[in-house]
Design a protein around this ligand. Structure first.
Ligand SMILES: Cc1cc2nc3c(=O)[nH]c(=O)nc-3n(C[C@H](O)[C@H](O)[C@H](O)COP(=O)(O)OP(=O)(O)OC[C@H]3O[C@@H](n4cnc5c(N)ncnc54)[C@H](O)[C@@H]3O)c2cc1C
Length: 370
């Protein structure tokens, strides 16, 4: 079996890396510090064709494959995990369902402007009482003349504070069946939708919202595909996106590894680079091994998406392994910095570790070992 990248994939990676280094990295720290994502970046991603990369040309996309989408996500994640989250919520979760199941009119009004980065999307599924258990969602849509009246609450919604429309999941019946769950497209702002900004401990440069929906009217024309029971679309969207999220975490791991390796080559202790000390070399070897395994899982998964053979369970395994590998790698990266100074670093989260590793040549927070 040969899963080698094609020339077009290598060229894409070079292009996105140049963009990420020149235009994302300089903004990532400020976004983390201010907890505000630079919304104008979506237009830039639209101009560069990054949002539309994996969508067919017939729908306004670039017509590349899922492998290309994962390369883009990896390169964004390599520089900023928070920006990768914003990209995922917009370029996949918020608009993939419209591409898959939307009407022609919904594609014109919402999907195409989103590909261009002119409108920013978010996807609202999770609720205060239920994230993993999708079928338990309580947000209720009741049929009224000309549309639906919706009430409920959504939690942890990426991009919500700056979104121009929301892909909203709600139930249209009391019974806990898949047929009762549908998607509604909600232009924002709307006086019936209150969105507050959630402060987080990590991923701060990605804006996350708490959403209260109070007697929101959604016309029939804004029901996704103008039909109820689009729960399978949600599942398929989440499955494909798990590979994209995994690609972003692979980028996080690679970024941290590169920084740690560069530091280990140049940091001298007792006259020699710390890379030559076994404790550090073993750490770097473990990191490289995790990255190699994650790399193959991600790109084999992307290849399976392109061939229509990726199932829900394997997508979940790819995301599970890759995100945990990224956690291990970033933690070890932080410890490479800690080792020579005989200091202790207390890593708190992958995103924090990533921020240290990608934005500072030295770990900024150390406390003396006592
Ligand atoms: C930064 C961030 C961004 C997010 N962005 C979005 C977004 O854009 N849109 C959106 O809709 N949601 C978003 N989410 C929500 C995310 O999808 C949910 O947090 C996730 O689905 C988990 O749901 P929960 O937080 O309610 O945890 P719970 O479902 O309450 O789970 C709590 C714990 O119990 C475990 N658990 C749950 N069920 C089972 C089970 N059956 N068997 C064994 N263990 C179980 C879970 O693994 C977890 O460890 C975001 C979350 C975060 C943190």
């Amino acid at each position: 079996m040969d899963f080698a990248f094609e020339d077009a994939h290598h060229q894409l990676r070079d292009t996105v890396r140049r963009h990420a280094e020149a235009e994302i990295r300089p903004q990532a720290r400020e976004a983390d510090d201010t907890e505000r994502f630079p919304k104008a970046l979506f237009r830039r991603w639209g101009e560069l064709g990054l949002i539309g990369a994996r969508y067919p040309e017939a729908d306004g996309g670039v017509g590349m494959d899922k492998i290309s989408d994962c390369i883009i996500r990896e390169e964004i994640g390599r520089v900023s995990q928070a920006f990768g989250a914003a990209f995922s919520a917009h370029g996949h979760l918020g608009i993939w369902p419209i591409w898959r199941a939307g009407t022609a009119a919904q594609k014109v009004v919402f999907f195409r402007p989103a590909l261009a980065g002119e409108k920013v999307a978010c996807f609202a599924l999770s609720e205060p009482d239920g994230g993993s258990n999708i079928r338990a969602l309580k947000t209720r849509a009741e049929k009224v003349a000309g549309g639906y009246r919706i009430n409920g609450a959504k939690l942890y919604i990426t991009n919500a504070p700056m979104a121009d429309f929301m892909m909203l999941a709600a139930r249209t019946a009391e019974e806990l069946t898949a047929d009762a769950i549908s998607l509604f497209i909600v232009p924002l702002p709307d006086p019936a939708v209150a969105i507050s900004h959630l402060a987080k401990e990590g991923l701060k440069g990605s804006e996350t919202g708490l959403v209260h929906i109070d007697d929101l009217f959604v016309p029939d024309a804004h029901v996704l595909g103008e039909r109820l029971g689009t729960y399978p679309v949600i599942l398929d969207s989440l499955t494909e996106n798990r590979v994209g999220v995994a690609a972003a975490t692979l980028g996080v791991a690679k970024g941290a590894y590169e920084e740690a390796l560069a530091f280990a080559r140049t940091r001298l202790v007792a006259g020699k680079p710390i890379l030559e000390y076994q404790a550090v070399a073993h750490r770097l070897a473990d990191m490289a091994t995790d990255i190699e395994a994650a790399h193959w899982m991600v790109y084999h998964g992307a290849w399976r998406v392109d061939h229509g053979s990726l199932d829900h369970a394997d997508a979940a395994k790819i995301k599970l392994f890759t995100s945990e590998a990224a956690f291990r790698v970033t933690e070890k990266a932080v410890r490479c910095w800690a080792a020579p100074a005989s200091c202790v670093i207390i890593p708190s989260a992958v995103s924090t570790a990533t921020r240290w590793s990608t934005s500072s040549p030295r770990a900024p927070r150390m406390c003396s070992a006592t």
